[in-house]
Design a binder for this molecule. Structure first.
Ligand SMILES: [Zn+2]
Length: 278
């Protein structure tokens, strides 16, 4: 059996229920397990450092009328959105940073100041808990980037750290043996000191990528791994108000074909502990 985890990133105060239904309605209807990485306290002045946007662009998932305002918007103040998310069967919620705002050229959790890291994790976890009545157990760093100081703080609080790739220069030295074993075995996770650190094959359902090339990358990855995290951003499926049909269709077809295949099982992050070899 192989396992698939859908990880949607960037749900925040501004996310529209209608947009989630348009992209993931087919998943909700079938109760397919899905995981949402939630930004607990989005800062409307957060900029994207992606090369796909002109320099100094604001994050595309912040509405134009709010972009640039130095205000933060806690997700628990959008009651309708939180209630909608909690009503979904088989949806699980992960903590995705705090404000998603980068500072002086560093992504939010690439910073080195331990007090700031602690404060962000405390406040983010509190908003998350207030919203979902549960402590977050999985952490997703904005842009999948982290400093070693953040790694230690994350390790103290979370059971799972879901990453793009495990950067051997940023993980603690004590993780290196397991890191090299992972490489040797062509595996995609490390379990050590009660923390599961898990890699994903990049965001392949992206409007910035060639769908056919992405599809081949995903085929290869899924074939050679027991666990695959499929990362998507709900906002990437839209150009203005219109759904990007090519991207949406590719995503929907892929998810449904895996779902119909009895060799695959969709799961939530909390189920990983039962599956991995420790
Ligand atoms: Zn993000």
């Amino acid at each position: 059996m192989k396992y698939i985890l859908i990880r949607d990133d960037d749900v925040n105060y501004f996310t529209k229920i209608d947009d989630l239904n348009r992209v993931y309605g087919f998943i909700f209807e079938r109760n397919i397990p899905i995981n949402f990485a939630i930004i607990p306290n989005i800062d409307a002045s957060a900029k994207t450092i992606s090369n796909n946007y002109p320099k100094n662009s604001y994050e595309p998932f912040i509405p134009k009328e709010f972009q640039g305002k130095e205000n933060q918007f806690p997700i628990d103040e959008n009651h309708k959105l939180v209630e909608f998310l909690k009503s979904l069967k088989n949806a699980e919620f992960l903590l995705h940073g705090f404000t998603h705002k980068s500072e002086v050229g560093r992504f939010e959790f690439e910073i080195e100041d331990e007090n700031t890291i602690e404060e962000k994790l405390n406040k983010g976890s509190n908003i998350f808990e207030h919203s979902f009545e549960k402590k977050p157990e999985t952490f997703v760093a904005p842009q999948d980037k982290f400093s070693q100081k953040s790694f230690f703080a994350i390790q103290k609080r979370f059971e799972i750290f879901s990453l793009g790739w495990i950067d051997k220069t940023r993980i603690p030295k004590s993780f290196l043996i397991k890191y090299y074993l992972m490489k040797l075995r062509n595996n995609n996770y490390i379990f050590k000191d009660n923390l599961l650190v898990l890699q994903h094959p990049g965001c392949q359902f992206s409007r910035f990528k060639d769908i056919n090339k992405s599809s081949l990358i995903l085929d290869k990855y899924i074939n050679s791994h027991k666990i695959t995290v499929i990362v998507v951003h709900n906002w990437e499926f839209f150009s203005g108000k219109n759904l990007n049909q090519e991207l949406y269709t590719a995503f929907k077809n892929r998810i449904l074909s895996l779902w119909r295949n009895e060799n695959f099982k969709f799961i939530n992050f909390s189920e990983l502990n039962k599956i991995i070899c420790k």
